[in-house]
Design a protein around this ligand. Structure first.
Ligand SMILES: *[C@@H]1O[C@H](CO)[C@@H](O)[C@H](O)[C@H]1NC(C)=O
Ligand SMILES: *[C@@H]1O[C@H](CO)[C@@H](O)[C@H](O)[C@H]1NC(C)=O
Ligand SMILES: *[C@@H]1O[C@H](CO)[C@@H](O)[C@H](O)[C@H]1NC(C)=O
Ligand SMILES: *[C@@H]1O[C@H](CO)[C@@H](O)[C@H](O)[C@H]1NC(C)=O
Ligand SMILES: *[C@@H]1O[C@H](CO)[C@@H](O)[C@H](O)[C@H]1NC(C)=O
Length: 475
């Protein structure tokens, strides 16, 4: 008997050993991080397309924003033609700038396997291009963001009855599936205390419907992402019931910016990591510490600005008149917003303040000051995220950053570099990848069975154990 049992045992052990070492590798591997960008539909008018996003450096994209139709609790686009119909070439004249060719790995893979004709292929709308990008980078997750700035009244009305919540969630999940998105990002800015339970119901119902969709598509549970944008302001944060929300939400996206703006009394940092005065609650760290007592650190993504806020007047913490005079740079009207890729303005000097954990540029001629995060600020924040074990970082928005490699100013690249390089980024499970099924207009999963997933692993332990007992019995 032993002569026959031994080879059988060796065979089973060898099989199992292979699996175990696979799992061991996964267990011993270092922590990895999410890097996410909001892509805004209106970026189209600035000639900034989804494909301009450096694929290799990001794990997630949020498409901003879908809107809520209050008559039907339906979902619609700011500009439907741009979102779904406009013909947008995947590759522009300069393939390298189009493909974000600083993505050497993606670039090489792409050009090796694709013909010029394929590269020139146009998509139908921005959302079509995002789908093409998921083919270029397997595992890239694209969520549909709904809501946006000053949408409290919209969400209030869309959640004012059980029936409305039900219809709204169903419409939202249908839209997500129809267009091949990987999740939903709720940007309810911001619920007031009387909406606390409506927000809970909205999130619970959404999760229920996402779970149902996963079952229908044969996906693993929690494949679809459900994220929620959060304000930095501590009194606003206190209106959220995290003990409920944390059971359903994959990621909380903390909007770590806009602490100051044209509405403020004094010019100051708008994304400072640390408080500027003793006992001040106006800092990123203050909100993060509060949240860490409410949710799991792996659920928290730290948001950073790829824009500055300008002030006319010369002092940090001093009164100001209006937007700074930054000659030649367009500022969002009345918002005093300057994109990072235009910073620092000509004749301004950039300073990073480690104590504040943010940066600014001041006019050498005394014209004004712009507060923003420079590359050193994101490096400081990358270390902060690493040290606290947060899920990662995101930026509002993809258009603002400066991706010109030679200048070495990119917020995203410096962030990833400080994390330790591309291998520090979260690799989304390829089995989660799915595409729009043209024949049915719904999403279909394209799983490949892999031995290294924990679920499969446990299942195989079970199978092997039984196989062993049966063999012993027969022999
Ligand atoms: C484009 O980028 C690739 C990869 O970085 C590089 O090898 C190639 O020389 C670049 N081509 C041009 C025209 O700049
Ligand atoms: C490039 O292709 C190889 C082989 O298909 C794959 O393993 C690798 O993940 C790809 N790299 C990127 C960055 O897409
Ligand atoms: C840096 O920020 C701290 C805290 O707000 C402040 O006390 C200090 O003066 C700032 N330093 C510079 C160079 O701006
Ligand atoms: C900060 O708060 C603590 C506790 O509330 C208080 O004892 C202290 O005096 C405050 N410090 C300042 C500078 O306001
Ligand atoms: C880019 O700048 C940072 C400092 O901000 C520096 O640490 C890094 O080495 C630079 N990278 C390159 C490629 O020059």
């Amino acid at each position: 008997m032993s002569s026959r049992l031994l080879p059988a045992l060796i065979f089973l052990c060898a099989c199992y050993g292979g699996l175990a070492s696979n799992l061991e590798e996964a267990k011993n591997s270092h922590p990895t991080f999410v890097t996410a960008l909001y892509y805004t539909e209106w970026s189209f008018y600035y000639n900034h397309y989804p494909i301009d996003i450096p694929l290799s450096h990001i794990t997630n994209i949020y498409y901003a924003f879908a809107k809520v139709d209050l008559k039907s609790e339906g979902v619609y686009w700011g500009d439907e033609s741009v979102a779904l119909k406009e013909s947008i070439p995947l590759i522009r004249e300069d393939i390298n700038s189009s493909l974000g060719a600083r993505d050497e790995r993606v670039y090489n893979n792409f050009t090796k396997t694709s013909s010029k004709a394929e590269l020139m292929v146009s998509s139908t709308g921005l959302i079509g291009q995002l789908l093409q990008m998921k083919e270029l980078k397997k595992g890239l997750k694209v969520s549909l963001a709904i809501g946006g700035e000053n949408t409290n009244h919209v969400f209030e009305r869309a959640t004012s009855s059980e029936g409305k919540i039900e219809r709204f969630c169903q419409n939202l999940v249908n839209t997500m599936r129809k267009h091949g998105f990987d999740g939903i990002d709720v940007d309810w800015e911001f619920p007031d205390p009387k909406s606390t339970s409506n927000l809970n119901s909205l999130i619970e119902t959404l999760k229920e419907k996402l779970t149902f969709a996963e079952k229908e598509n044969g996906m693993l549970p929690n494949t679809y992402l459900l994220s929620l944008a959060l304000p930095l302001d501590i009194s606003s944060l206190k209106t959220y019931q995290f003990e409920t929300l944390r059971n359903y939400v994959t990621y909380f996206n903390l909007m770590g910016y806009d602490i100051t703006g044209p509405w403020s009394e004094r010019a100051n940092y708008h994304s400072n990591l640390y408080s500027l005065e003793t006992n001040s609650t106006s800092s990123v760290d203050y909100a993060v510490q509060y949240l860490l007592s409410k949710i799991d650190k792996s659920q928290l993504i730290l948001g950073m600005p790829s824009y500055g806020r300008s002030f006319e007047g010369m002092g940090i913490g001093l009164p100001f008149k209006g937007c700074a005079n930054v000659a030649g740079i367009n500022q969002e009207q009345n918002q005093c917003i300057v994109n990072y890729h235009s910073l620092p303005p000509k004749d301004y000097t950039e300073v990073h303040n480690f104590t504040a954990g943010s940066s600014y540029a001041y006019s050498n001629k005394g014209l004004g000051i712009v507060f923003y995060d420079c590359s050193q600020a994101v490096r400081q924040k990358a270390n902060y995220i690493k040290n606290l074990g947060l899920a990662g970082g995101f930026w509002w928005d993809s258009y603002g950053d400066n991706y010109r490699v030679k200048e070495n100013r990119s917020l995203l690249y410096n962030f990833v570099d400080e994390l330790g390089g591309l291998h520090m980024l979260k690799v989304n499970d390829l089995r989660d990848n799915f595409h729009v099924d043209d024949t049915h207009g719904t999403t279909a999963s394209s799983y490949a069975t892999q031995c290294s997933s924990p679920e499969v692993h446990v299942f195989l332990i079970f199978v092997f154990s039984w196989a062993f007992f049966i063999m012993v019995f027969i022999l």
